[in-house]
Write a protein that binds this ligand. Structure first.
Ligand code: ATP
Ligand code: MG
Length: 251
């Protein structure tokens, strides 16, 4: 499913009644089945764009489309994940992951199969009966990712999903995400502040300007897949990372 934004703006009204432009105009296309990273200065509107695409925020102008259709609310085809895992502490890992299926009234057996299929590649097979309070930050984010994947979305909107984790843990989870993505080829738009992470994972990197953010650079990442962590030391990788970095510096 393709993601497309054309001249999208989001305005908020300030306390004094004036309009405050949080985003845009943004024009961009994320082609179906590609992995795109989105970087930009704090406050430029990245999360606003993710929320709008997730159907959680109306746009004030322009057009947002997923799979050619306008967005008028959350969709099961579109999975969204934020920096905070937001697990329910009174439910086990399996019960947290199963939640979206439960809300859709999937039958118990189907739920169990789907949950198992998701926990395995996330390295959580042994942790189904554990409660969130006993999980590390990295594991909690894995569970949150599982809860998104269990719906088998065709689009993944990831807003700094691993931003709160240490670098090595973040790298491990993001490479697991890449392996999962390689099998299902969802369309991914992932916000990150980490240049190397952006380049290592994606097919393209979009860089946004200061608020109200618009796309100031669209940098293709022509590196072979599967990607491995050592690639960050290769000259071709470094050249792309440097290009991304300089786009950010001019933002
Ligand atoms: N609900 C809201 N009401 C009013 N202003 C908002 C609202 N949400 C966000 N903003 C403002 O809109 C702008 C863009 O915010 P947004 O959270 O999208 O930025 P961001 O690029 O995700 O930043 P960060 O990298 O720090 O996460 C900011 O100036 C923010 O203060
Ligand atoms: Mg944000």
């Amino acid at each position: 499913m393709q993601i497309a934004a054309k001249d999208v703006q989001v305005d908020y009204s300030a306390a004094d009644g004036t309009l405050f432009r949080a985003l845009g105009p943004v024009t961009m296309t994320v082609e179906s089945g590609t992995f795109v990273a989105l970087l930009g200065p704090s406050g430029c509107g990245k999360s606003t764009l993710i929320r709008a695409l997730a159907g959680l925020e109306p746009v004030s102008g322009g057009e947002l489309r997923i799979d050619g259709r306008g967005i008028n609310g959350p969709s099961v085809k579109v999975g969204v994940m934020f920096q905070d895992a937001n697990l329910m502490p009174w439910r086990t890992v399996s019960q947290n992951v199963a939640l979206p299926l439960e809300l859709r009234h999937a039958d118990l057996e189907k739920r169990a199969v789907a949950v198992k299929r998701v926990l395995e590649p996330l390295g959580l097979a042994e942790f189904g009966d554990v409660y969130p309070g006993q999980l590390s930050g990295g594991m909690a984010q894995r569970v949150a990712l599982g809860r998104v994947l269990v719906q088998e979305p065709e689009v993944l909107l990831l807003d700094e999903p691993f931003g709160a984790l240490d670098a090595l843990n973040r790298e491990k989870i993001s490479l697991d995400l890449l392996r999962i993505w390689a099998q299902r080829r969802q369309t991914v738009l992932m916000v990150t502040h980490d240049v190397n992470e952006a380049v290592l994972l994606s097919d393209r990197v979009f860089v946004m300007s200061q608020r109200p953010g618009h796309i100031i650079a669209d940098i293709p990442v022509d590196l072979e897949r599967p990607r491995s962590p050592e690639m960050i030391y290769e000259a071709s990788f470094v050249a792309i990372a440097r290009e991304v970095r300089s786009a950010i510096d001019t933002a």
